[in-house]
Design a protein around this ligand. Structure first.
Ligand SMILES: [Zn+2]
Length: 166
């Protein structure tokens, strides 16, 4: 799924929630909590500065490798001074982007471009795949939220006691 589409969907739900905020309705409250959770993840993985997430992913993998829990080194290259094998995220991936809001592709782009120049970096390849999986889970959750929210609002508008709020 197009990752920009996921963000559009998020924005739509946010609008719907805002519009329904007038009513104290448990169903909406619950959907609101779930939305907050998903929106937080979207911020970390799709919209915000992805470098923090990549750093976490990398450190976890590096530690597992150091402790012998993982066979595969973070990078398969021959260079003994490769940052990835010394427990450091390469500068290009550490750098915080000031153009964070540029679009949802920018985080992935930084990773793919790094991989183009250093294709042995399995840990970065894995990070890209993980990001994609989290993104599609998010897409599913947003679609579900959208449907459930629509149903809850429909129910509300059918309830004469709530009519006044609309
Ligand atoms: Zn390397």
């Amino acid at each position: 799924m197009d990752q920009n589409r996921i963000i559009d969907n998020r924005d739509e739900i946010e609008e719907m929630l805002k519009a329904s905020e007038l009513t104290d309705y448990d169903d909406i409250d619950e959907l609101d909590d779930r939305f907050d959770e998903a929106a937080k993840t979207a911020e970390r993985i799709l919209v915000g500065d992805i470098s923090e997430w990549v750093g976490q992913f990398y450190r976890q993998r590096y530690r597992a490798w150091q402790e012998g829990d993982r066979q595969a080194a973070p990078c398969r290259c021959e260079n003994p001074r490769c940052a990835l094998k010394r427990g450091e995220l390469p500068y290009r991936l550490r750098r915080r982007t000031s153009t964070v809001r540029e679009g949802t592709q920018s985080g992935r782009q930084v990773l793919s471009e790094y991989l183009d120049s250093h294709p042995e970096a399995v840990v970065i390849d894995d990070a890209l795949q993980e990001q994609e999986e989290i993104a599609s889970d998010l897409g599913r959750e947003f679609r579900k939220l959208h449907r459930e929210l629509e149903a809850a609002i429909m129910e509300l508008t059918d309830d004469p006691e709530q009519q006044a709020a609309f």
